[in-house]
Design a protein around this ligand. Sequence first.
Ligand code: SF4
Length: 389
Amino acid sequence: MQKKLSIYIHYPFCKSKCPYCDFNSHVRDNVEYEKFTNAYLQEIEFFADRLKNRTIKTIFFGGGTPSLMPIAMVEKILEKISSSWNVEKDCEITLETNPTSFESDKFKSLKLAGINRLSVGIQALNDADLKFLGREHSAKEAISVIKKAAEIFDNFSFDLIYARPTQTLESWRAELKQALEFNANHLSLYQLTIEKGTKFFSEFKQKKFIMPDENLSADFYEMTNQITSDAGFKLYEISNYAKKNFECQHNLVYWQGGDYVGIGAGAHSRVFLDGEKNRRAIMMTHEPLAWLSGVEKNGAAIQTNDIISTYELTEELILMALRLKNGIENKIFYEILQKNLTEVFDYEKLEKLANQGLIKIDSDSIKIKDDKRILTNAIIAKVCGAIYQ
Ligand code: SF4
């Protein structure tokens, strides 16, 4: 059986920079589309030479704002992937989009190009909060784009950011219920976090706004889980909710430790290259023009290329898998590390965490208890402490 591979394409440009965003996104007036298209194709070729005989399971266009890509760029990238590898018949091909009419006018062409899943960055359904979040769209525009996405794509998701300053539980309840009326089959619901290096980080330090405290954040989370569950969504990852069979297959590859290749400025790969025993962590050059010239010179603009030790790989797998409702599964762990959970973990230490009510364990899996999900980061650190040294 051919080994599966997923592909992430990073488009690093946005129309403006949102104040909470710490992604590799840049605002540029003029993008040399042809040069960038060729660079994507070259980088795909670079990896295809080192990852022969793979079957592509998922493709994800992220950013930045990949819906700003010309359709021809998307088409050429997908054609190149198809001519370089076998692509599974039901390969999930997602593209992230902003909710403006400029983008929704392209939905039909994107579908014809091969995109079969859309992820729409709505973030809020009222104009005051959209303005606070620095978004360029209005709530009205967002709603009309969601409706258009629903008409054209069977599989679509949208993102909302909650636990915003001044937001109350009641206003979030009403907003989330409104969001559920649009019949999406997947929702990504993130609590607003203040990341270093963002505009919000300095404004928060200057006390320009106040964030909800821990207790209120926990109440927001619990309410979100309850309302989505009542509406038939399953929480399958800490911030992701899906109707049955609509989990994002691409993100599951990250969380379950699958092989993926990241193409484009600042993209990351985690992959066993052909003939290698160890997994590699590869990161491409961040700055888009430096990335472009790196690819033009060398076929790929690699900034770092490291072998991951078994210990690091184990930690990564824990970090990712514990975000999932199903937690760390023995069969997945075994496939990647050729070791059972009982060989990797000191179960006496894990039992102590279980007795504290933080996790559920058996020989097949380690999971965070549902009511402790808000403590995920702290619990991950504790579970890592139970790895045999
Ligand atoms: S649109 Fe997305 S990637 Fe671009 S700046 Fe805003 S949050 Fe960041």
